[in-house]
Write a protein that binds this ligand. Structure first.
Ligand code: ADP
Ligand code: MG
Length: 701
């Protein structure tokens, strides 16, 4: 088949057809031949290696064993009806079991014959077995084994399997595709890079990632493809960063301005920490250069980012510009709104809030006031980036908490003003360096690495269910001292019903130990109406209630300095950075604070490591590194939506070296030839052009 290229719709591939094409689209988002080609096997099976039966254990993946079929018999009734065969080599016996295709098995597998059995071993009732093994006569297998030793395994779905697109079926399609598409696979990396980093050429890499001739070829292919992935992300990010500093003028804030000065002299309730001052100086410098600022502030929970945000926005106001601040949730937006208003004072600047629940009438009015410049600072959720929200002259955007904003979303913000506003991204979960490079490679980074004075490190303990009374004891002691307590329950969509039951049971038990009227409780969970949430929240913030029972809606940002205990139920179900975030809700005042991690007795190895890490350290940077190692970047909160992290093969935990190589290469290229005009950089310019013209903007990479 000739004429196929990467953008040919997949239905034109021989063996696909409209029905399978539809399924490939729906199930795997494979639309084009290119999508299919880049649908990589998740592993390969080594078909050169044969196991002895005595070597088998249940941890092994798919393996193959040579042996003799010594017996087979039909056992069981109805659903449990199955054929069980004894398979023997000189070291032992293995059971082979079939629940389906019994007639075929019975007719075709011959006792006494030597076979190669292939499958995943299980351990059951003291014997090892393979269910539904693939069987091949030994003699045939020996004849057939040619040069293909590593077999690709693709993930598939139940629906695809029904239509013959199991791993074998996908293998076949890939083979056909590679035959006809290989000539169209042009190199996209300049030769000098291939040479410098000893990378395989693209065509060979794509062939070998599917059907490698040897483990060496496979790893060379993987290295090449990972490099390519990371390289182009870096190329794009750094290009964007440089393009901005060349092209995007920035508003010049040439004075501190009246608002900032007044705030600093008269209203700032504490002395700034050294780190806060440093970051503010950096922001001052950035905003005087005439170039758009794009700065990421990493500061651990409680390091005092909010006041930095406020002062940055006042700086914009004092220079004649509006500012806005975006938070990830309603509650947070509301809290920022309240606290910024209280901190700044109502007379200094006009602060308003816009979120998804703002009523239409109010909204219209807000839009109007924004456009005629009556509002100085607008706080809100994602609702702020909607196109219909127009500012008169937006000069500063603060994006608070979490890396929930990808490059594309930020790009949307730049268009909110003729001269794009300065942008400040604040993350509370420190991001590991590799992730920051990939997600925020286009930003300058500041770190607030100092906590306000007088904070005592939070004491964290891990208690098992049997130690629950100790937890109640701690709560009582702290409440008696006038402190407040958070109690957090997991609430996860998949197990929502059970979680809610658990939450209710927990509340009942709490009521028993902490009876009215001595103890007052606030309850906040995701199923409540916003007004009720706010009401409950308010009661806790103002100290009317001592205990706040909540699901993870309070995860980020709420600030109640008087709270000194954070109890996390089923702590083993939370991710590390989430636990760290939650813990950061306490320890905000001068008194000693505590975090109690409650868990069941049975813990997985990973869960144990998470809880141990929490007990051992309060350092968010250290925690984020471990989190990345445990979960991989795709699962870190917020990164899922980010297109840049749509990595097929590269792994930010394991491939740090390649990432660094790729980034350094891009930096060196831009230093030498910023506009990519040299002939050897032609390919790179082409790549950027194709991205700019919007071709497959979301599809490739
Ligand atoms: P985060 O960085 O997690 O957003 P916040 O901005 O909410 O932290 O600040 C946490 C608490 O520390 C708040 O109560 C805030 O008022 C207080 N705070 C911030 N900066 C200082 C400082 N320099 N000195 C004393 N307290 C501070
Ligand atoms: Mg905050």
């Amino acid at each position: 088949m000739a004429g196929l290229d990467l953008i040919t719709p997949v239905e034109y591939l021989k063996g696909v057809g409209p029905q399978k094409a539809e399924l490939l689209k729906k199930e795997l988002s494979i639309f084009t031949c290119g999508d299919l080609l880049f649908y990589f096997p998740f592993r390969h099976i080594d078909r050169t290696r044969f196991y002895k039966i005595s070597e088998i254990n249940a941890e092994l993946p798919f393996i193959q064993v040579t042996g003799r079929l010594v017996s087979k018999e039909l056992v069981g009734q109805k659903q449990a009806k199955r054929i069980v065969a004894q398979f023997k080599d000189e070291t032992g016996t293995l059971e082979l079991v079939w629940f389906q295709s019994l007639k075929w098995v019975n007719d075709n597998l011959i006792t006494g014959q030597a076979y190669v059995a292939f499958g995943k071993p299980n351990h059951f009732n003291g014997t090892f077995s393979i269910v539904h093994p693939e069987m091949e006569l030994l003699q045939q297998a020996q004849q057939k084994r040619g040069n293909q030793s590593l077999q690709p395994v693709y993930s598939s779905t139940e629906k695809l399997k029904k239509f013959g697109l199991d791993t074998k079926g996908i293998q076949k399609l890939q083979a056909v595709l590679l035959d006809s598409i290989a000539p169209a696979l042009n190199e996209n990396l300049p030769a000098f890079i291939l040479e410098k980093y000893k990378l395989t050429d693209r065509r060979a890499a794509l062939l070998n990632i599917h059907f490698p001739g040897s483990p060496q070829q496979l790893s060379a292919a993987e290295r090449r493809i990972k490099f390519e992935e990371l390289f182009f992300i870096q190329l794009e990010l750094l290009n964007m960063k440089q393009a901005r500093s060349l092209k995007f003028r920035g508003n010049i804030f040439d004075k501190a301005g009246e608002q900032l000065n007044t705030f600093y002299k008269e209203r700032l309730p504490f002395d700034l920490t050294g780190a806060q001052k440093r970051v503010l100086r950096e922001i001052r410098t950035d905003t005087q250069r005439g170039v758009q600022m794009n700065r990421l502030i990493q500061g651990d929970v409680g390091s005092g980012k909010t006041v930095v945000a406020l002062m940055s926005m006042l700086l914009a106001n004092g220079n004649g510009f509006q500012a806005c601040m975006m938070a990830p949730t309603e509650i947070l937006a509301r809290q920022h709104y309240e606290s910024l208003k209280a901190m700044a004072g109502a007379d200094l600047v006009q602060i308003e809030i816009l979120t998804g629940i703002t009523k239409k009438k109010e909204r219209t009015l807000l839009h109007e006031r924004l456009e005629n410049g009556e509002i100085d600072i607008l706080i809100g959720t994602h609702a702020l980036i909607e196109d219909k929200v127009k500012f008169r002259n937006l000069g500063m955007v603060v994006i608070d908490e979490q890396h929930r904003f990808g490059v594309e979303q930020r790009a949307k913000l730049w268009r909110k003003n003729v001269i794009p506003p300065h942008i400040l991204v604040m993350t509370a979960t420190p991001i590991p360096r590799t992730l920051a490079m990939t997600l925020y490679g286009d930003l300058d980074v500041s770190v607030i690495d100092e906590l306000p004075p007088g904070r005592k490190p939070i004491t964290t303990v891990h208690l098992y269910e049997s130690q629950r009374l100790r937890m109640f004891g701690l709560m009582k002691t702290e409440i008696a001292k006038g402190r407040q307590v958070y109690l957090v329950y997991p609430l996860i969509k998949e197990s929502e019903k059970l979680d809610l039951l658990f939450l209710e049971a927990g509340i009942e038990q709490l009521r028993y130990h902490f009876p009215l009227p001595d103890y007052q409780m606030s309850i906040v969970h995701g199923k409540m109406a916003n007004a009720d949430k706010d009401y409950e929240m308010e009661r806790f913030v103002s100290g009317k209630t001592q205990i706040m029972v909540a699901t993870t809606v309070i995860e980020v940002g709420v600030n109640v300095p008087n709270a000194s205990v954070m109890i996390i139920e089923n702590a083993e179900r939370f991710g590390l950075s989430q636990l760290h975030q939650l813990r950061g809700r306490v320890g905000r005042g001068a008194e000693q604070s505590f975090c109690v991690l409650m868990s069941g007795n049975k813990l997985s190895k990973e869960a144990k490591l998470r809880l141990e890490t929490m007990v051992r350290t309060n350092n968010g940077f250290e925690i984020s590194e471990i989190d990345l190692e445990l979960r991989g970047p795709g699962n870190l909160s917020g990164t899922q939506q980010s297109g840049t992290l749509n990595l097929k093969l590269a792994d930010l935990t394991k491939d740090q070296v390649i990432l660094q190589e790729a980034r350094n290469t891009v930096i060196a290229i831009f230093e030498e030839d910023r506009l990519l005009q040299k002939p050897e950089h032609r390919l790179l310019q082409d790549y950027l052009d194709s991205r700019r013209s919007g071709i497959s903007f979301d599809k490739i990479s």
